[in-house]
Design a protein around this ligand. Structure first.
Ligand code: C5P
Length: 222
């Protein structure tokens, strides 16, 4: 591989995107948020009234969806059939649909192609569920970032409360566990720790501590 790639995988709410963004900025790498790509596909399915269990319609729709990314002031923008949908994909509805439709291999293969092409053109910090195991098996540095489901639910709860959105911490934790189960048990490219990944449990670590430790691993590996 010509460029350096850092793969960060782990379950929902472990802090992957926050940490990946910090590291990308520090190293002047491109940050690739692959979850946003699944969310954009999900938004298309929702807008077109396609149900998550309708495999035929989902597969048919894959041929009609074009997903690309651009960067604006260093921030990844996600483009769905020519429309910038970056601000529309962070809802629970879209997240749940993304989780449900990411089990389909046709959905995954479409996005994997885009993800690999990005890593061929730049130094990247890419986060997701299958980056170190499937998308970039030769990534130079692989991190598996995790935290307890209680801690992840607490973080998500505080994030929502700070935005003025009411939330129930037990429901959030249940949702997180359901998502973990779907991600870990799907047939195609499930979430699992790559054999050569470094595991970081962020349950009792600050964001800066996690980012610093990954930067140290990077420095050791170059
Ligand atoms: O990371 P984020 O919550 O934005 O991802 C949305 C959903 O997309 C996840 O719940 C997961 O099921 C799916 N996903 C995936 N593989 C990736 C990234 C995300 O299956 N590489």
């Amino acid at each position: 591989m010509k460029y350096f790639s850092i793969a960060i995988d782990g379950p929902a709410g472990a802090g992957k995107s926050t940490i990946a963004k910090i590291i990308a900025k520090k190293l002047s790498f491109i940050y690739v948020d692959t979850g946003a790509m699944y969310r954009a596909m999900a938004l298309y399915f929702i807008r077109n009234n396609i149900m998550a269990d309708d495999k035929d319609k989902i597969e048919e729709a894959c041929n009609l969806v074009d997903i690309s990314i651009e960067y604006m002031d260093g921030e990844q923008q996600i483009i769905l059939n020519g429309e910038n949908v970056t601000g529309l994909i962070r809802t629970e509805e879209v997240g749940n649909m993304a989780s449900a439709c990411s089990v389909y291999s046709k959905v995954r293969l479409k996005l994997v192609e885009l993800q690999r092409s990005l890593a061929e053109k730049s130094n990247v910090v890419m986060d997701g569920r299958d980056i170190g195991t499937y998308v970039l098996p030769n990534a130079n540095l692989k991190i598996y970032l995790t935290a307890s489901s209680k801690e992840r639910a607490k973080r998500r709860y505080l994030e929502l409360i700070n935005k003025g959105i009411s939330a129930d911490i037990d429901n959030i934790e249940k949702d997180i566990i359901d998502r973990d189960n779907r991600d870990m048990n799907r047939e195609f490219a499930p979430l699992k720790q790559a054999e050569d990944a470094i595991v970081i449990d962020s349950s009792n670590m600050t964001i800066d501590e996690v980012a610093d430790s990954i930067i140290k691993y990077y420095e050791k590996s170059v």
